[in-house]
Design a protein around this ligand. Structure first.
Ligand code: AMP
Length: 194
């Protein structure tokens, strides 16, 4: 089973790149940000409590997120593999994901770290804000999200490096070129595991 984490700062292309590889590798795409946006639209309790944090550029609490991820895994037991997009975002979430997978005799196969310079991230997020009117792609929220990424999410790079699972891919190239690099990395991993 392939269990891939697609990792990186806001605007690095996690969602776009996930969509481009799910078909080839038969992965079920779990985007915690999209799940939260759907909950906000439906105005569920989870959606309402997440909205406040998302609009400020803060993270939703680890407790809520870990419970949400556990529920998603529980209701998709027949999948052949997963791509985790936007989760984990803290060390506590990373540890929880390891525990959840271990309880199913599974583990993370690889973490694809999409590396993009901050200046490009900001440009992309502002453009997306105009095109999709996402409540958190505003100039103030963008800088808060980048700050939160550095403080709370970036430490996961060392966490996965230590486990020998980190693969860094330049994410500032053309979408197709980044996708090609991702496919090469995954194909190599699959070949080596045979
Ligand atoms: P994304 O679409 O992945 O950029 O997520 C949008 C927003 O949802 C983030 O800025 C967070 O406020 C929230 N969010 C998504 N995933 C998580 C997570 N794993 N932990 C905490 N907050 C999250």
């Amino acid at each position: 089973m392939l269990n891939i984490v697609i990792f990186g700062a806001p605007g690095c292309g996690k969602g776009t790149q996930s969509e481009l590889i799910v078909g080839k590798y038969h992965l079920y795409h779990i985007s915690t940000g999209s799940v939260l946006r759907t909950e906000m639209e439906k105005q569920t309790e989870l959606g309402k409590s997440a909205k406040e944090q998302i609009e400020k550029g803060h993270l939703v609490s680890d407790d809520l997120m870990i419970k949400m991820l556990a529920d998603i895994l529980e209701s998709n037991t027949n999948e052949k593999g997963f791509i985790f997009d936007g989760f984990p975002r803290t060390i506590a979430q990373g540890e929880a994901l390891d525990r959840l997978l271990r309880s199913k005799n599974e583990s993370i196969t690889a973490v694809l770290n999409l590396d993009v310079e901050e200046e490009i991230l900001i440009k992309r997020l502002l453009k997306r804000g105009e095109a999709q009117s996402r409540c958190d792609d505003t100039p103030e929220t963008i800088s808060k999200r980048l700050e939160v990424y550095k403080a709370q999410t970036e430490p996961l790079i060392a966490y996965y490096k230590k486990q020998g699972k980190l693969f860094t891919i330049k994410g500032d190239k053309l979408v197709e070129d980044v996708s090609e690099n991702i496919r090469e990395t995954l194909d190599r991993l699959i070949y080596q595991s045979k």
